[in-house]
Ligand binder design. Structure first.
Ligand SMILES: Cc1cc2nc3c(=O)[nH]c(=O)nc-3n(C[C@H](O)[C@H](O)[C@H](O)COP(=O)(O)OP(=O)(O)OC[C@H]3O[C@@H](n4cnc5c(N)ncnc54)[C@H](O)[C@@H]3O)c2cc1C
Length: 337
C-alpha cells in the first residue's frame, strides 16, 4: 500500500508529489494522459512545439519567483515578453507602464517544466481514476484498467467539477467539504494552433495580445516567437472567449467549432491570419477557474485522509497551482502523522 496517491500530473500534482517524496513518503502519481503537464500543454506539430494550454508564466510571489529563476538557470524557462498588447474596436495598443512586467515561456513548450518535475517521480500514465472506495484504514482507487490502487492518503489535483462525480458518494459524511467543491466553477475555451506561410509579414512589436470586449477572441499568441531561432514558419495560437466556447463545445465538427476564431483574427488584425497553411483545434471543457475558493487547498480526514488541490483553490493560473500543490503536500504530511 502507498502512503499517498496523487491524482493528476499537472503543476499542482507534480510539485506536491516532489515535496512528499522529499519528506520520505512513498508516493505515486496517476495520470489519465500519455504525458505530463495537464493544462500546461504542448503539442508537437510540423516539427515544432506549440503551447495549446497555458501561454505564459507570470510571477507574483518571491517563492514562485525563486522556482522560476531555478528553471531559467536550467534553460527550461526564459523571458518572453514584458508587453501584453490590447486589441479593441479602437485598435491595437501597448500596455500602460503599470502593466509592463516580465512574462516567461518555455522555448521547448510548457510541458518542459512538467517533464523536469516528473523526471524522478513514480508516475502511472494512461490511467484514469474512475471510482473510489474505502476499506478499514485504506482508500481503494479504481482505474479504467480495472486495477485497484490502495493508499493511506489521496491528493486529488483534478478540477473540482471532475472530482465531484468520483468522490461525492464516499464524502457523504463530509457535507461542508462537498459544498466548498460544488461552488467552484470553470469556464471552457477553444484553442487554435495555426501555421502560416513564411512570406506573411509577421509583427515585430508584439508577442501576445489580449482582445478586449470581443465576443469570439480572447487571446492571440505569436507562439513561434518563443523559439524564434528554430522556427521554420510563423505559428500563432488563438484562444476563444468562454461565451464562444460554451456555444461551440458540443459542435461535433472541430473545424466548424474553430473556424470563427481564424476568421475573427483575420478581421481584427491581419487578413492572412484567416488562411493558415495548417491548423488544429483543441477544446478545453475545464480551462480556467471562474471562481476559485480562496484557500490554498482543502483537506479532510472523513472518511480517510484526502486533500484537494489545484489552481482553482487559490486562483486561476500556474502560480496558483504551484502554491496549492505545495500546501497540499504539507496538509497530507500532517494528516498522515
Ligand atoms: C487555454 C488555457 C490557457 C491558459 N493560459 C494560462 C496562462 O497564460 N498562464 C497561466 O499561468 N495559466 C494559464 N492557464 C491555466 C493553467 O494552465 C492552470 O492554472 C494550471 O496548469 C493548472 O494546473 P493544475 O495542476 O492545477 O491542473 P491541471 O493542469 O488541470 O492538472 C490536472 C491533471 O489531472 C489529470 N486528470 C484529470 N482527471 C483525471 C482522472 N480521473 N484520473 C487521472 N488523471 C486525471 C489531467 O489529465 C491533468 O493532467 C491556462 C489554461 C488553459 C486551459
Amino acid at each position: 500500500m502507498k502512503d499517498v496517491i496523487v491524482i493528476g500530473a499537472g503543476m499542482a500534482g507534480l510539485i506536491c508529489a516532489q515535496k512528499l517524496k522529499q519528506a520520505g513518503l512513498d508516493v505515486t502519481i496517476v495520470e489519465k494522459s500519455a504525458g505530463v503537464g495537464g493544462r500546461m500543454a504542448t503539442r508537437r506539430l510540423q516539427g515544432t512545439w506549440v503551447d495549446h494550454g497555458a501561454q505564459l508564466i507570470s510571477v507574483k510571489s518571491d517563492s514562485f519567483g525563486r522556482f522560476i529563476r531555478k528553471l531559467t538557470e536550467k534553460h527550461i524557462v526564459q523571458e518572453w515578453t514584458r508587453d501584453v498588447y490590447q486589441l479593441s474596436a479602437s485598435g491595437l495598443f501597448p500596455p500602460d507602464a503599470d502593466n509592463r512586467h516580465t512574462r516567461y515561456c518555455c522555448p521547448m513548450g510548457m510541458t518542459a517544466i512538467a517533464k523536469y518535475l516528473g523526471s524522478e517521480l513514480a508516475i502511472i500514465n494512461n490511467t484514469r481514476i474512475i471510482g473510489v472506495n474505502h476499506k478499514e484504514a485504506q482508500w481503494q482507487l479504481v482505474t479504467d484498467r480495472q486495477d485497484i490502487l490502495e493508499t493511506k492518503a489521496i491528493v486529488s489535483t483534478i478540477p473540482a467539477p471532475q472530482f465531484l462525480p468520483l468522490f461525492e458518494e464516499v464524502l457523504a459524511a463530509a457535507p461542508s467539504f462537498l459544498q466548498a467543491l460544488q461552488s467552484v466553477k470553470f469556464a471552457p475555451s477553444v484553442t487554435i494552433m495555426a501555421g502560416y506561410n513564411a512570406s506573411n509579414s509577421v509583427p515585430m512589436e508584439w508577442q501576445a495580445i489580449r482582445c478586449v470586449n470581443d465576443p469570439i477572441l480572447d487571446w492571440i499568441s505569436y507562439d513561434s516567437s518563443k523559439h524564434a531561432e528554430k522556427a521554420v514558419q510563423p505559428v500563432f495560437v488563438l484562444q476563444s472567449t468562454a461565451e464562444f466556447a460554451k456555444q461551440s463545445m458540443e459542435e461535433p465538427d472541430l473545424e466548424i467549432a474553430g473556424k470563427p476564431l481564424l476568421n475573427q483574427a483575420g478581421k481584427l488584425l491581419a487578413k492572412w491570419l484567416a488562411s493558415p497553411e495548417w491548423w488544429q483545434v483543441h477544446r478545453w471543457r475545464y480551462a480556467i477557474a471562474e471562481e476559485s475558493l480562496g484557500v490554498s487547498c482543502l483537506s479532510t480526514s472523513i472518511p480517510l485522509s484526502l486533500v484537494c488541490a489545484g489552481d482553482w483553490c487559490a486562483g486561476k493560473n500556474i502560480e496558483a497551482a504551484y502554491h496549492s500543490g505545495l500546501a497540499a503536500a504539507e496538509s497530507a504530511i500532517e494528516l498522515l502523522k
